[in-house]
Design a protein around this ligand. Structure first.
Ligand code: SF4
Length: 92
């Protein structure tokens, strides 16, 4: 497991975003196809993905969890937040 100086602030802000979506009744999880799409980008196309730990080396998030959350986005801009009825992600 990897840590950097952003790990704890990133983790706390991720939790806050999840609670914000719960309060605003926005989706917390993305549909399965979006999660798979995001994960494919991380695992197959990104050099920041660490296959040994399953973490993104930029934000140190666990990719399996990160790609499933509507409140998360790629810190390198490869995929973005997800809003119900409005899929906001790159198509490359
Ligand atoms: S979240 Fe972005 S930077 Fe991190 S592994 Fe996935 S594609 Fe790469």
């Amino acid at each position: 497991m990897r840590f950097n100086i952003f790990t704890i602030p990133n983790f706390l802000s991720a939790i806050i975003r999840v609670f914000r979506n719960l309060i605003l009744r926005r989706p917390v999880l993305v549909p399965e196809d979006i999660a798979e799409y995001r994960k494919r980008i991380c695992v197959k196309q990104c050099t920041w993905y660490d296959p040994d730990t399953g973490q993104c080396m930029v934000c140190t998030c666990f990719v399996d969890l990160k790609v499933a959350l509507a409140t998360e986005r790629c810190p390198k801009g490869r995929w973005s937040f997800y809003y119900k009825g409005k899929k906001v992600h790159n198509t490359t």
